[in-house]
Design a protein around this ligand. Structure first.
Ligand code: NAD
Ligand code: UDP
Length: 340
């Protein structure tokens, strides 16, 4: 049985991916430093899967500590989720973002090379397409100019991995460009659990729906879109997790050293439509007001999904209503997030 090292596996996408890997027969080792997650996630994963996964509380920037994980486990592939992801924070403390995201990636790749791990999946983002208005974004769309340090770390790491692959052609690398992951596991036991006031739309709406926050501010209603609000490609986190399992399978048989896939649904949903869908899921109105545009936001972003469908056999199963109802279940079962 092959073992997957999941760095950042206690986080939002990582924890959902652990479940899908387990459901598909993989053994898993989780590494996380709990910078943006809590140990309780590991208990929840055990409740959901019936299995306690091997776990190391390690900062991937600490190479000696990370080496122990490679030393003690026979790792076959790696999914590298570990990274900081808050756009606004990355503008305030850019060096921390560059240091954490790039050092943790380089350590992981160096150790992968040393320990002959031949498959690596990296969490990239649609943010690498920059401010282009040429949608849908295909994997061949030119990389753009990012609007914040977080985005640049993804852009730079993609380049680092392309360069690395030339030096180590035996390593197969998959860059997954996520669109907007939302939703929660069907059990309601794990979901997105941001610290403090959320920045992203769905966690914010969830808190307004649950009564913790008074109202949502919709950032801009004067975009060149059908209803004036921004359009995004929201993808259920469980679908996204399945995409990672498909990527690992693909790396076992692909010819190319580096492959790139969008993970989205191919459907655009406006902010107003997202609010309406959430209102349907929770059964009451979401108080909201309209505010100015948020700097750096593009009007429309959605994925071309053909390549992931053809090569990975990946198609998203869940629609926006499923995403909202799973968010709402997670919110009602865990109004204050996971306990410390
Ligand atoms: P998350 O913050 O919930 O999970 C990341 C996990 O990595 C956290 O548990 C955190 O504690 C851990 N971590 C951070 N730095 C670490 C380090 N140096 N060593 C060990 N652990 C570390 O975020 P997420 O939403 O699950 O995102 C996972 C990955 O996907 C990130 O790289 C993120 O940038 C990327 N991504 C996320 C989105 C999104 O909208 N959620 C979109 C595109 C890409
Ligand atoms: N948004 C909003 N109010 C909020 C948070 C987000 O109107 O409180 C909008 C934001 O302008 C964008 C969309 O919701 O158009 C998705 O934003 P999010 O931060 O979730 O993801 P992004 O696409 O920026 O990565």
């Amino acid at each position: 049985m092959s073992t997957v090292l999941v760095t950042g596996g206690a986080g939002y996408i990582g924890s959902h991916t652990v479940i899908e890997l387990h459901n598909n027969g993989y053994d898993i080792v989780i590494v996380d430093n709990f910078y943006n997650s809590k140990p309780e996630v590991l208990n929840r994963l055990e409740t959901i899967t019936g299995k306690r996964f091997p776990f190391y509380k390690v900062d991937c920037c600490d190479k000696d500590a990370l080496r122990k994980v490679f030393e003690e486990n026979e790792i076959d592939s790696i999914i590298h989720f570990a990274g900081l992801k808050a756009v606004g924070e990355s503008v305030r403390i850019p060096l921390k973002y560059y240091k954490n995201n790039i050092d943790s990636l380089i350590n992981t790749v160096e150790l992968a090379g040393e320990y002959k791990v031949r498959k690596l999946v990296f969490s990239s983002s649609a943010t690498v397409y920059g401010m282009s208005e040429d949608v849908p974004f295909t994997e061949e769309s030119p990389l753009g100019v990012c609007t914040n340090p977080y985005g640049w770390t993804k852009w730079m790491i993609e380049q680092i991995l392309r360069d690395y692959s030339v030096s180590d052609p035996d390593m197969k690398i998959c860059l997954l460009r996520y669109f907007n992951p939302v939703g929660a596991h069907e059990s309601g036991l794990i979901g997105e659990d941001p610290r403090g006031i959320p920045n992203n739309l769905f966690p914010y709406i969830s808190k307004v729906a649950g009564g913790t926050l008074a109202q949502l501010t919709i950032f801009g209603d004067d975009y060149d879109t059908p209803d004036g609000t921004c359009v995004r490609d929201y993808i259920h986190v469980t679908d996204l997790a399945t995409g990672h399992v498909k990527a690992i399978e693909y790396l076992g048989k692909c010819e190319e050293n580096v492959c790139v896939f969008n993970l989205g649904t191919g459907n655009g949903t406006s902010v107003k439509e997202a609010v309406a869908a959430f209102e349907k899921a929770c059964g009451h109105e979401i108080p909201h007001v309209f505010g100015p545009r948020r700097p750096g936001d593009i009007a429309v972003s959605y994925a071309a999904t053909d390549k992931a469908a053809d090569k990975l056999g990946f198609t998203a199963r869940y629609n926006i209503d499923d995403m909202c109802s799973s968010c709402w279940k997670w919110q009602t079962m865990n109004p204050d997030g996971l306990p410390d």
